[in-house]
Design a protein around this ligand. Sequence first.
Ligand code: ADP
Ligand code: MG
Length: 569
Amino acid sequence: MATGNINVSVENIFPLIKKFLYSDHEIFLRELISNATDATLKLKHLTSIGEASVEYGNPVIEVSIDKEKKQLRISDQGIGMTKEEVEKYINQVAFSGAEEFLEKYKDTAKDSGIIGHFGLGFYSAFMVANKVEIITKSYKDEPAAHWVCEGTTEFTLEEADKKEHGTDIILHINEDDKEFLEENRIEQLLVKYNKFMPIPIKFGTKEETIELPEDAPEDAKPETKTVDNIINNTNPAWTKQPTDLEDKDYNEFYRELYPMQFEEPLFHIHLNVDYPFNLTGILYFPKMSQDMNIQKDKIQLYQNQVFVTDNVEGIVPEFLTMLRGVIDSPDIPLNVSRSYLQADGAVKKISSYITRKVADKLKTLFNNNREDFEKKWNDIKIVIEYGMLTEEKFFEKAQAFALYPTVDDKYFTFEEFEEKIKENQTDKDGNKVILYASNKDEQHSYIEAAKDKGYEVLLLDTPIVSHLLQKLETSKEKISFVRVDSDHVDNLIKKDEEKISKLSDEEKEKLKEDFEKVIPKEKYSIQLEAMDSNAAPLIITQPEFMRRMKEMQQTGGGMFGMGNMPEMY
Ligand code: ADP
Ligand code: MG
């Protein structure tokens, strides 16, 4: 028998990274800026606990392009690396300095927002560059280092003369990846991935107009000044406490997220939980219309303020993918397939937490200002009805706020509506019959006819209504929905129908006696009241104990086929 070590050749890892690690070349920039951010946050942490003696100051991350030299440079003023640290963190593929840092400072740094995780991000630079240089100086009093690698396992590492702590990463961009030397392309990537990252990111400069003072003469020309072009908002609304934000702040953030969206959101839900998983975010209910393009502006998923994707399928319940906003969680495993995601325990918890928060918010809005909620109902009903159909938990919670509008624009909860119609719209089997219209214009005459008879008619016009009705019929007791133009409407009993019995009171008594002669009095009782409606001439009921005895004897349908309900003849 032979034992041994499997040899993993490092030579093979570069082509592998280039091909498979990330399908999207463009994410190299996100990875390098994440590292620059981590390096800055680490320094922030070390200065705050007194472990680094340098000044933290107001560090900026700078991205710049040198078209002539075909270089893209990312510079930070963070923690930097010594020569030994470059050996340790860079030359060891798949060793994460970020994880090591979090492990070392786990008591104090767990909320520091450090992004890195797998120790692979840096090498994504080789997807777009044939040569990568690192010039770095540690915050410790040690000489700077210069590392150069051309995408093989060989590298050079020597001293450099950089004076300030921090790191410059220089990418020599491939001929095939020239797009990453275009300013527009880089700005577009920065806005997409880094718009809300915690350290300011500078990309060139821009002209800004200086506000004129109040007392400036009318013909004064506003002047401009050149300022740093800072890409990101380092303090996005979702990272703040809900108590520090007003409605207008939420609306402003909505516009920041969706600059092309001019319609105000209807309301927002601020998510904020740190146990048993970490998640923050803000969801918005947009105005829903049947022809809305829900593909365009979607919920965005972030991890520690780094944009990851706007495909939240599997993370957010399907009915809520129609909402907009941001979810930020370091606990969503994104390096796995979507089908795995849906089975993942943490993700399931996240999904049900979000559902619960949305339901709670809707309930609060309903309770606090019903009138306003009713006004918004038509804009949000698609989401809610779809949620009721697809998520059992949401269905249960929605009983408290789901509305059923009538053709006359009155809004009832299901319970209220049941109460409202129970007198007038109960059929002979005791079922409450709910009349509804699906189109006010087409069914106009039927609606009017039903209203003339004193019936309430609901207006249920979303495309999924037929499914929702079925769901309600099976989950509620003694309810049936009947469309206002169907012939079933005739089944309703009219309570105020005139007496139709042709028998006089004496004749009725005589009839009752005759029946009692043939039917054992102690087993059944005869009621003549039914004669006064057009439902039946009389009712023979059986006492509850008799029915049960019969069921126990398992004799099956007796003389009059009695079941739970009084039979009518
Ligand atoms: P991760 O970020 O997951 O730890 P990376 O491959 O992205 O892995 O980076 C490897 C390590 O290299 C980092 O953890 C960090 O220790 C070091 N590093 C990378 N970029 C920088 C930088 N700009 N400043 C300081 N250290 C860096
Ligand atoms: Mg990284």
